[in-house]
Design a protein around this ligand. Structure first.
Ligand code: FEO
Length: 162
């Protein structure tokens, strides 16, 4: 049986992963409306990944005989000043999610909850990857932003994400 503090943090994380999906859907919609179809496709897939992260936490809570409690999901930002802003928002959001994961790791440590620490190791690696991907996207956009042809090619490349 998991400690109540861990169950509460997992439920909080489920909410934040679903919010992440919601945020990335809002970004996908923004890019679709700006005719950047590759970016829209990429963020749609990212939203699905975030839903899968929420699922992993839900399964973990259930597998340990505890209850998933879903709260309301905050509305994401729905408009952006320019196409680079969502990429900046993504970088900051992934750093925030890393902090949330680290907080659960910290509490699991304090409780000597090795099972949860083991479960969280996947998320520690995933966050390192997600932060790197978000930083790379922003850095590349900053390089390409002044050249419309390069931006078109970048958008085409984003379309190829499977
Ligand atoms: Fe589930 Fe992008 O963090």
């Amino acid at each position: 049986m998991l400690d109540k503090k861990i169950i509460d943090l997992c439920n909080h994380q489920i909410n934040k992963e679903l919010y992440s999906a919601y945020l990335y859907l809002s970004i996908a919609n923004y890019y679709a409306e700006k005719n950047l179809e590759g970016f829209a496709h990429w963020f749609n897939l990212q939203a699905k990944e975030e839903y899968e992260h929420a699922e992993k936490f839900m399964n973990y809570v259930h597998d340990n005989g505890s209850e998933v409690i879903l709260g309301s999901i905050e509305a994401p930002k729905n408009d952006y000043n320019d196409p680079i802003e969502p990429l900046k928002v993504t970088v900051e959001h992934e750093k925030y999610v890393t902090d949330l994961i680290n907080e659960i790791v910290k509490v699991a440590h304090e409780l000597c909850d090795y099972r949860t620490l083991n479960f969280l190791s996947w998320f520690i690696n995933e966050q390192a990857e997600e932060e790197k991907t978000a930083n790379d996207l922003l850095a590349r956009y900053e390089i390409f932003v002044n050249d419309k042809k390069n931006l078109y090619l970048f958008d085409q490349e984003m379309k190829s994400r499977a």
